[in-house]
Design a protein around this ligand. Structure first.
Ligand code: ZN
Length: 323
């Protein structure tokens, strides 16, 4: 089977600006027929939710409808990468979630709040309307803006993690010199067992962001692992979160990653502090010990002196008696 012949079940219709799910349409053959008719009459214009290229509506001999890329289409991860059926399903559900009311609410809120932030170029803010193209690949971030000299793409993640989905966006934005900030929603990062690798692509600094909806300015709740020394000088880590402003974010130009708390740097610093503290404790103990020894030897000397004194008295008394 040639690549372009592989089928996909969802498409974005540029006319109605909504997702068409072929499986839902399939439940009613009458609708399947209607969909093909609408397509032939150009009343719907399906594009791929992932690569944004035009799709055609096709049907099988059993009268099933589905979408296909056109022959000689450019690269599309859904077609050209060998995704397992499960991977494809999670990938598609990530794309589908973009049309959920919550997803739309979040991206509009982010766009609106960014407009009143210092340093944000208001004319650069785009909610779901900014295409970024590089060598045949095209992406449309949920929200795009330019802040000081940084280009930032916000992608909202509300469904379960798909490593391929996250990695494809991670690599694409990095290649374009764009900082990708994942906005997680309804999502507990600490429950993601066995997904360490995937989580790393969300943020190499292990900083995870949610939109702080308790304020009327743009703030993010950052979850991060903080390292600290206990009173007994043990190095420990714990997850905490903090509500931060855009101005509190730091930007790493090498890996195009925005972060608030640098876990590795803080951990290494704490390791150094731990060694220094340990040394100081040993030195303090040694000092205490030497003082104790001094005290003991002083007492010994005093004991000897008092013994000598007593001896002298005895000797003097003996002398007196012998006289
Ligand atoms: Zn595609």
């Amino acid at each position: 089977m040639r690549n372009y012949e592989r089928t996909i079940k969802i498409a974005f219709d540029v006319v109605s600006k909504s997702i068409i799910d072929a499986e839902l349409v399939l439940k009613n053959t009458q609708d399947a027929f209607a969909l093909r008719k609408q397509y032939n009459e150009q009343k719907i214009k399906p594009i791929c939710c992932e690569c944004q290229q035009e799709l055609v509506v096709s049907h099988s001999r059993y009268d099933r409808v589905y979408f296909k890329h056109k022959p000689n289409h450019n690269f599309c991860i859904l077609i050209d990468e060998k995704l397992s059926p499960n991977e494809q399903e999670v990938f598609i559900s990530n794309l589908q979630s973009k049309e959920s009311p919550r997803h739309k609410e979040l991206k509009n809120k982010i766009g609106r709040l960014l407009a009143s932030e210092d340093g944000v170029d208001v004319s650069s803010i785009n909610v779901d309307n900014h295409f970024i193209t590089i060598t045949n690949e095209k992406r449309k971030p949920d929200v795009y803006c330019e802040y000081n000299k940084y280009k930032i793409a916000f992608e909202i993640q509300i469904s379960k993690l798909s490593q391929k989905y996250i990695l494809s966006r991670h690599n694409f934005y990095k290649k374009n010199g764009i900082f990708l900030i994942w906005i997680l929603d309804n999502f507990n990062i600490h429950n993601q067992t066995g997904l360490e690798r995937d989580i790393k692509y969300l943020n190499e600094y292990q900083n995870f962001f949610k939109l702080d909806e308790r304020t009327e300015s743009f703030k993010l709740i950052c979850d991060f692992k903080k390292s600290y020394l206990t009173e007994s000088n043990q190095l420990r880590t714990k997850w905490i979160n903090e509500s931060i402003t855009l101005g509190q974010l730091k930007f790493n130009n090498q890996i195009y990653q925005a972060f608030f708390y640098n876990f590795d740097e803080n951990y290494k610093n704490n390791e150094i502090f731990q060694i220094q503290k340990e040394k100081a404790i040993i030195e303090a103990k040694a000092e205490v010990n030497s003082k104790k020894e001094l005290l003991i030897s002083t007492q010994k000397v005093e004991n000897v002196i008092s013994k000598i004194a007593k001896l002298k008295i005895t000797l003097i008394n003996q002398d007196k008696l012998s006289l």
